[in-house]
Design a protein around this ligand. Structure first.
Ligand code: XMP
Length: 333
């Protein structure tokens, strides 16, 4: 897709037929651009990179090399499902890199949110670049850039200050020079989802809630420890399971658990039990610039509280964050 400005004449992709037309055009365009050369893609498993992967597999099959880096801050079973969907399901050429220890060692003792973000963003690029250097004959780098990313970088170029340093892949080291393949860069998110479904990706995957690049790293508040990170992963999985069961997963824009680095006194099995509080955040928004709080029925909150405090090691309380954005941001860090 050439040019970084969406032409006024470009029709909004709202249905399967328009998505199919877009896919056919992009398959032809990618084939013409790439020829018989190889393309590299950092496949996080998020909607954008997954749609690009599925599109490129359709266009060039095994000429696409996907690298999935597990930074140890993924949600429960997330890396496994990326492997299942792409390697087993779509026969993708997929390299899995488990960099959990590397990331957690670097993050040990680091409590300042922006430093954590910087470390995770920088190391992600380092690990991905190391994998890229091991591969031969790669000419192209595919990216899941979408139109809001382009609009956002235009704003940044105008010098508008960001509240947080959001990170996504970009800015590879100088020695790695690839030509870019960005087939969905003129699409809005809703269009990416329609295209994803037309490509055969599962509905639940294509309509999943957003997940930040630094992953659970910005929800395991303060200095990350392995035990608190594990508690967070388990509590988050319970929250998602219960939201799925009662239909809230389809309704709420983003929902997750954050765990601060404090302990309180509780009682379990008739003994003193010191544990962390799990904080539920469930927000609705259109563009993530402002957000309101979802009013979750008490019976669901009680069930989630019971399950988290009984099933997750290290947690003895569940709290609900009622703060809109502004004044809170959606993520705690
Ligand atoms: P905040 O916390 O700034 O979050 O209100 C707004 C939205 O952005 C997501 N978020 C990120 N997304 N990389 C991303 O791709 C990041 O580094 C990042 N940090 C926050 C957040 O989950 C929310 O949806």
């Amino acid at each position: 897709m050439s040019g970084n400005v969406r032409p006024a004449s470009m029709e909004r992709i709202t249905n399967f037929e328009l998505a199919q037309k877009f896919i056919d055009e992009q398959v032809a365009e990618v084939r013409a651009q790439v020829g018989d050369k190889k393309v590299l893609l950092a496949l996080s498993g998020g909607v954008d990179s997954s749609v690009v992967a599925a599109l490129l597999i359709k266009a060039i099959g095994k000429q696409l090399v996907c690298v999935h880096v597990n930074h140890g801050l993924m949600r429960k079973n997330e890396s496994e499902s990326v492997i299942k969907m792409f390697q087993d399901g779509l026969d993708a050429n997929l390299i899995y890199v488990d960099a959990t220890d590397h990331f957690l060692n670097l993050l040990a003792g680091v409590s300042e949110p922006e430093r954590k973000r910087k470390i995770i963003g920088k190391e992600f690029i380092t690990v991905f670049a190391d994998e890229a250097r091991k591969l031969e004959d790669i000419t192209f780098l595919a990216q899941g850039t979408i139109y809001p990313d382009i609009l956002e970088s235009m704003k940044a170029a105008e010098g508008k200050k960001a509240v947080k340093s959001h990170h996504n892949v970009g800015g590879l080291p100088e020695d790695l020079k690839f030509e870019l393949v960005e087939p969905i860069k003129l699409l809005y998110k809703d269009e990416v989802r329609v295209v994803g479904e037309a490509l055969g990706l599962p509905h639940a995957m294509v309509y999943r809630q957003p997940f930040p690049g630094p992953g659970l790293g910005v929800r395991c508040l303060g200095a990350i420890t392995r035990d608190r990170l594990e508690a967070l992963r388990e509590a988050d999985a319970i929250l998602r399971e219960e939201f799925d069961k009662c239909g809230l997963a389809e309704k709420v824009w983003q929902y997750f658990i954050a765990i601060p680095d404090i302990k309180s006194v509780g009682v379990r099995d008739e003994s003193r039990y010191e544990g962390w509080p799990a904080i539920i955040r469930a927000v609705n928004t259109k563009d993530a610039m402002t957000a309101t709080i979802e009013e979750i029925p008490y019976e669901i909150l009680h069930k989630i509280t019971y399950r988290i405090t009984h099933e997750v090691e290290g947690i003895n309380r569940v709290l609900m964050d009622l703060t809109p954005k502004p004044i809170g941001t959606i993520e705690w860090e």
